[in-house]
Design a protein around this ligand. Structure first.
Ligand SMILES: Nc1nc2c(ncn2[C@@H]2O[C@H](COP(=O)(O)OP(=O)(O)OP(=O)(O)O)[C@@H](O)[C@H]2O)c(=O)[nH]1
Ligand SMILES: [Mg+2]
Length: 440
């Protein structure tokens, strides 16, 4: 590669941000402005200015049209900006043209989010996923800059010039890296599958938190498990999945997963490369959709979360687990509305909901009751190994559960995957003690 499309940013930069909008329907709300500022700050940049600009006529070379562009150039200068952010989608050509015109580094929304992910990734898995996302992004831009690169490298042959073969070489290099990263990520997936099988063998129900970034998942996670996970008022505070024990009054031990949040216009490359992490949630027995009910953009955020989940469902071939909702930040909502929200939540059935404050602890007992109730209603998947002498247990399982897989081991034992209600699972545990390993 002779060229890097997303460079690491030396801090502190001063960023000037324009949020382009086109029709009244996509005019940025005040919350969108806050979100954009949050993203820029999450990158460790100071905010020079942030402003929505309506693009009435799209200029294909720059996206922004004349007047807006001139004003942006002036504002960037006035605020001593060192970087320009267009919180929208730029083609590689537009990005390059803007950089030349403004004399600054320019990044778009995808570039911005990728940078933040790069800063946040801590675990090996997180880093692999971010690296894959970056390379997929680079590769997609490589394809579209074909003519540009060719011209830049001065192709001399007139049928297939050096420009083209250079591009081919770049592309192959990226493809090789993509293959290696996918292979490494497959290893991660295998490890996860083994851990999951362990939990299944012990019959531990798994509950996963999902939701828009900054909705309070980690705060709720800490509240529910007594953990001390990094929770902060910034987008993508959490990137790597964390799993902890959750004590339920009747069911006993469950596992709770906290993971990466969603955002509107989440770059497709990110969803693709975060499959391993996101699939972990998809294979839970229950999802808690955490919604920040104090945000004005809350409804759109909730819709965006569901869109991503449904997309993951159709792409992975997995079925979404049952979903309940935690309407969070109750304390930040005016008292009268909070009261109305509490009773409204209580009347919701599809999906069932509870109003809570992860910060003050209000409503948390109700949430725990709802989690337990939903698990009891839902069906859990467990793996049980039975010796040849355990015919009675096998018959019981066939009668009371749904056996979705059965495999014979060398020693004559068989390995059953069974879907059971939590209640039946409890009966099995007490009726056939010792057949499910504890606490794996
Ligand atoms: N007022 C109020 N603030 C809350 C509540 N829950 C979380 N917050 C705040 O919201 C911000 C984001 O919380 P996090 O728990 O980091 O949110 P998250 O969903 O894990 O965010 P990401 O990991 O970035 O996706 C923090 O400043 C929290 O203190 C709540 O119930 N009330
Ligand atoms: Mg978090």
């Amino acid at each position: 590669m002779t060229e890097k499309f997303i460079d690491r940013l030396p801090a502190p930069e001063i960023a000037g941000v324009v949020i382009p909008w086109f029709t009244p329907a996509d005019r940025p709300t005040p919350d969108r402005l806050l979100e954009t500022s949050g993203l820029v700050e999450a990158l460790g940049c100071q905010l020079g200015f942030v402003r929505p600009d309506q693009v009435r006529n799209v200029n294909p070379s720059y996206l922004l049209s004349g007047g807006i562009l001139d004003r942006m150039a002036q504002d960037l200068k006035d605020a001593n900006c060192t970087i320009a952010v267009i919180d929208g989608a730029l083609t590689p050509v537009q990005q390059r043209n803007l950089e030349t015109r403004l004399g600054l580094k320019v990044i778009d929304r995808t570039g911005l989010i990728l940078e933040i992910f790069g800063l946040r990734a801590r675990t090996k898995e997180g880093r692999l996923q971010v690296e894959l996302a970056r390379i997929l992004y680079e590769r997609s831009r490589l394809v579209r800059t074909w003519t540009h690169l060719e011209r830049q490298r001065g192709g001399s042959g007139f049928l297939s010039g050096p420009g083209e073969s250079q591009l081919e070489a770049d592309r192959r290099l990226l493809d090789d890296k993509i293959i290696r990263l996918r292979r490494d990520l497959d290893d991660v997936k295998r490890t996860r599958a083994v851990q999951r099988a362990g939990r299944r063998r012990s019959g531990t129900p798994v509950v996963a938190l999902v939701g828009y970034t900054n909705s309070g998942k980690s705060t709720l996670f800490n509240r529910l498990t007594g953990a001390d996970v990094f929770a902060k008022n910034m987008p993508f505070a959490t990137l790597d999945p964390t799993i902890r024990k959750l004590q339920l009054p009747a069911l006993g031990e469950a596992a709770l997963i906290d993971t990466v949040g969603f955002i509107s216009d989440l770059p497709t490359h990110l969803i693709d490369s975060f499959q391993a992490t996101l699939e972990e949630s998809l294979q839970a027995d229950l999802l808690i959709h955490v919604r920040d009910r104090s945000s004005a953009a809350e409804l759109e955020q909730a819709e965006d979360v569901m869109i991503v989940l449904e997309r993951l469902e159709s792409e992975s071939g997995l079925t979404l687990p049952p979903i309940i909702e935690a309407w969070n930040k109750l304390d930040a909502v005016p008292a009268a509305r909070a009261e109305a929200m509490k009773s409204f939540a209580a009347s919701e059935v599809d999906p069932p909901a509870v109003a809570v404050s992860a910060l003050t602890g209000e409503g948390i007992d109700d949430l725990i009751a709802l989690i337990e109730g939903s698990l009891l209603q839902g069906r859990l998947e467990v793996e049980i190994v039975l010796g040849p002498e355990q015919g009675r247990a096998r018959a019981w399982l066939h009668q009371n559960g749904e056996v979705t897989g059965e495999q014979a081991d060398e020693g004559g034992a068989s390995r059953l995957i069974v879907r059971l209600s939590a209640e039946r699972l409890g009966q099995f545990k007490s009726g056939f003690p010792g057949l499910l390993s504890e606490g794996a």
